[in-house]
Ligand binder design. Sequence first.
Ligand code: ATP
Length: 301
Amino acid sequence: AFWVGVSVGGLSSFYSELMKGLGAGSRLWELLEREPELPFNEGTVLNEKSFQGALEFKNVHFAYPARPEVPIFQDFSLSIPSGSVTALVGPSGAGKSTVISLLLRLYDPASGTISLDGHDIRELNPVWLRSKIGTVSQEPILFSCSIAENIAYGADDPASVTAEQIEQAAAVANAAAFIQNFPQGFSTVVGEKGVLLSGGQKQRIAIARALLKNPKILLLDEATSALDAENEHLVQQALDRLMEGRTVFIIAHRLSTIKNANVVAVLDQGRIIECGKHEELLLKPDGMYRKLMNKQSFISA
Ligand code: ATP
């Protein structure tokens, strides 16, 4: 699935916050120079000190507005405890990416609730909610601006991010070395009008962006295709560093992720049908998980 959920959140927070960090006349500015439609910056903001980042889906029903006759979730329930790693697996088209869209409030359920630390996310301020969620998708979106700007975009206040912070995030994300190899380093413009990066390089920039954002909750959509061996290792190491100490929800496509997850949740026909550790799920002789493991190819690297 194509999922555009790069980082900070909605265009409105992006608009209000990123604009400060961009020079007038930048292409990004032109693209975003329009008022957000929703009264976005309203609603409850949870106490930072007691914030845990525990997520829960309870009896969620959902269909896309464009296809109301096709239910995606029917009585979908899943608990994602604070600080744990939950890997979601399921057949193609089952609705894995949709889970992330609902968490980011790109859509709301028809019924049922999604809660964060026990609060229905519809009552929370969407800008605040998204400031607590970092995302790395399988095809990260990079803007046609400098690498530094692309990384700074992750921060709550991109204008206040220092070059040192950007460089440090890039180093932890295993991106510093390749960036510094460009003649213009962090000022290198990427995208259509600049250098074209490999899939693994893009992912490491997206990881640097998420590191700078430092969110309590991390939503990851793992790449479905394997990278070359070097990129594979560097991306995986960077992801492991990024995941530390956060509530992590991963659409998993690699066996190692599934094996290391605290919980594997199996999505089928609109609901979570099995939930547990990889080894436990494998023990169920007629389980969907076993079938999925036999049928679907997971990246073994
Ligand atoms: P994959 O493993 O192939 O990436 P997935 O499990 O992530 O799939 P989703 O992308 O969540 O599945 O899609 C679930 C279903 O919803 C699919 O049938 C898809 O075609 C449909 N769908 C996704 N986005 C929309 C949309 N914006 N409007 C209507 N239908 C959609």
